[in-house]
Design a protein around this ligand. Structure first.
Ligand code: GLN
Length: 337
């Protein structure tokens, strides 16, 4: 009897432990697998809303300084192409450096990867986006995500005048299925009038023979940076590269696993400028930011994320945007590592 009750109680403990472990594992699984809802996004957004007070809106391009620092938006396109939005979802902002991944795709599709990367490196970024390295040493830009490499990439897209820019714009319109996307002429004029560092890089690369055209090519870079869109559009771009260049609605016109891998690898190693290394430790997802306050994120094989908040940290990345991505990535265990 004693033995039995002992056995019974041990069994009871084992059973109870088994059940509670099982419940814990189940709870963890359901938390991970729980579908994203607009509620999830708005909770994360509200938690991070005030980060804008700790950063600064970019004003080295004077027109960008006019952005409303308090604006904030958070969008996700899930595996099935379903869209979730929270915050100022209709608020438009300029893509800035995020346009570099589209220009890279267009240039590589046209010229082939080796004809682009024989003129620049695959190096990760440990320097600010507007740094001249390595133009005075090896002569070649470090990667296509920093300004020098991006200006060069855009110059490699064929066509006279603004034709190369129009190809980038058309690709953004295609990926987002949003034909209404335009570029902001005031931001473009503002950047053209003040972009002396970029002009300097352009002429150094022209001097070394990497660039062969005229200043129209630099204007095309300024114009692509001025393309205006929303956080939802950015989520669709993230989705596209996360899913072998298949559009969120399933359209496979540009399906290309290799180009998607190339773009995602550049996003991971250089997409957040000199913060890229720490960012991949913290978030672990291919991402590309722009000084307009947007960040696009690819969760490989799964979803796309788009965030917007124009107040930036010292590297030029959206502060609230980063924190929203970080929270979502933690909550849903999205890191690729
Ligand atoms: N248009 C900006 C520039 O060339 C893009 C930089 C960025 O978004 N980091 O300075």
């Amino acid at each position: 009897m004693k033995k039995n009750s002992f056995l019974f109680s041990t069994k009871g403990i084992v059973l109870a432990t088994f059940l509670s472990l099982n419940t814990a594992i189940y709870a963890q699984k359901t938390a991970e697998a729980a579908p994203i809802t607009e509620r999830t996004l708005s909770n994360i957004l509200e938690k991070n809303r005030t980060y804008y007070t700790q950063g600064k809106v970019a004003d080295y391009i004077p027109e960008l300084g006019k952005m409303d620092a308090k604006a904030i938006a958070f969008s996700v396109v899930d595996k099935n192409g379903k869209i979730y939005n929270s915050g100022d979802v209709n608020k438009k902002f300029t893509m800035q450096s995020i346009s570099k991944i589209i220009a890279l795709m267009v240039a590589v599709t046209e010229k082939g990867e080796s004809n682009v990367f024989d003129k620049m490196g695959y190096f990760g970024s440990d320097k600010p986006f507007n740094h001249f390295s390595n133009l005075e040493t090896t002569g070649k830009p470090l990667n296509p995500m920093m300004n020098a490499g991006a200006i060069l990439t855009t110059s490699l897209i064929s066509g006279e005048g603004e034709k190369p820019f129009l190809k980038v714009l058309d690709m953004v319109r295609y990926i987002t299925k949003n034909q209404g996307i335009e570029y902001n002429k005031s931001v473009y004029e503002s950047e053209k009038a003040t972009g002396h560092r970029n002009r300097g890089m352009f002429y150094i690369m022209k001097n070394s023979g990497l660039i062969s055209g005229n200043e129209d090519q630099l204007d095309n870079y300024f114009k692509q940076c001025s393309i205006e869109l929303t956080a939802e559009d950015l989520a669709k771009i993230g989705y596209f590269f996360a899913n072998q260049c298949i559009r969120f609605d399933g359209d496979t016109t540009y399906k290309n696993a290799e180009i998607a891998k190339l773009v995602e690898s550049q996003m991971l190693t250089a997409g957040m400028y000199e913060f890229s290394g720490e960012y991949s430790r913290m978030v672990g997802l291919p991402s590309k930011s722009g000084v307009g306050g947007g960040i696009t994120v690819s969760v490989p094989g799964k979803m796309g994320i788009g965030v917007f908040s124009p107040s930036l940290d010292q590297h030029g990345n959206s502060l609230a945007g980063y924190h929203m991505i970080l929270d979502l990535a933690k909550q849903y265990n999205l890191s690729i590592f």
